[in-house]
Design a binder for this molecule. Sequence first.
Ligand code: 13P
Length: 255
Amino acid sequence: MDKAKRKAIIAGNWKMNKTPSEAKALLSEIAPLVRDADCEIIACVPYVDLAAALEATAGTNIKIGAENCHWAESGAFTGEISTGMLREIGAEYVVLGHSERRQYFGETDETVNKRTKAALAAGLKPIVCVGELLWERECNITEEVIARQIKLDLWRVSEEELKNVVIAYEPVWAIGTGKTATADQAEEVCAFIRAQLVKLYNQSAADAVTIQYGGSMNDGNADELLSKTNVDGGLIGGASLVATKFAAIVKAASK
Ligand code: 13P
């Protein structure tokens, strides 16, 4: 399957930015700029912004996602949010295993897998993030790290469920640093991820998976990154908070 047949997806990951009223204002600014886009557009926003974001994007081509979810249906997990809560409010996507969750909040491949399974069972579409640390790249173990993450994070995810999974390759050293992976580096790892999916599933299942690149993607470098065969979209942090920049990336993905 060639790239043109895969769904190009540009997703904003807002992280801990924007209050509900600010979310509404930003999405109202983005919506008219991306109306004619030929790719899927998602804004993954803080939990408390979900209602405002859904209201602001009703009737538009922008879909809304959360930035995490718990694996249990309910229970004594103070501060957590369940997949059922996200479904009921109307979220369609959820970012899982982001490197900031792994680095600062003790996320492991085991918990990423549990969240991924729970999200899929609830009908949410997970954007599963993988990526190597700078030190791991320097030690030349990027492929081992990525292979392990892909295998563990998708453990017992069926071929049918894989159709609803998006994978984001986010080299940790490129996140929020202004240091982007070169288009060739991004392509190399995204192609490697697809090869792992062929091993774990099969060629046609792997060919259908949207693999995004994330890490200082912006309006200046999106064109080149997105021109690569295995880079099917982007997971955008900083630039997703500026309407014109985000819209320019969406435009690059629409070509
Ligand atoms: P930046 O685009 O700010 O580097 O963040 C990338 C990211 O972490 C998206 O999830």
